[in-house]
Design a binder for this molecule. Sequence first.
Ligand SMILES: [Mg+2]
Length: 291
Amino acid sequence: MAAPPGGSTGDPLSISFPTTPAGGWLAEARHLLVDLDGTLVRQQEAIAGAAELLAHFDGRYAIVSNNSTHTAQGLAQRLRRLGLRVPASRIVLAGELAVRQLVQQHPGARVLLVGSPALQRFAEARGLRLVRADAEFVLLALDMRFSHARLASAANELRRGARLLATNADATHPGPEGRVVPETGALLAALVAASGVQPWRVVGKPAPLLFEEGLRRLGAEPRRTVVIGDNPLTDAAGAAALGMPCLLVGHAPGAVAASVAGLLAPEAGAPQYRLSESTSKVWRSVRTEVS
Ligand SMILES: [Mg+2]
């Protein structure tokens, strides 16, 4: 999708036009950090150009996703079924990273984990003690079986003094036929409302942790790394905070192509998305709320 020329100041998603075309940014990129949902896959299929992009950057990309329900191993298998061969070691996920951070900084911690069975098994296998009471931390991830009882349990642990760690703050992700799927951020809003406790830490984009982990796994420098994503407020804002250029795809304001296929086209001359001052302000207020 071509972006409109210019961009009005005051519009929170206004854009500016650099001189380097999208194809130029990709040609200069040594490494890529690529979002998953809406960028490489949508629902149960790979998006046009996804396989070609990953093949072109073979060994030089990492996937960075706010996904908190899967493990990298499980996701690698799912991607293989969609025709994308991605090593699990190159998939950085908000759910797994939240667990890894707890294990590293608070080994053996007592954790009330509200999340998928896969994430619970991952956490237990790494030595976290999953408990229902007297938790040191409440770890909130996307839980498809979230209930009033789980909300009550987590809220009361927070009121008792546990710290709240959330995998990500996305309110929704796109579902089939234009519907939305409630995400961790929607559950987080309920938990904050019920407990009166703000998150101690939010791991997912736009916070820098996922990007930093992706860079570390690649041995990459931010200046030679391009972020590709579909969400201005997570992918583009997170990239901007670390000084990395971001190419947005999809239908968000400022997107340079409808899909990653458009980035690979030789005539790709679309502008790079850049955060306007007003968008940065929006992001700062978001970050203030969740960090
Ligand atoms: Mg996305």
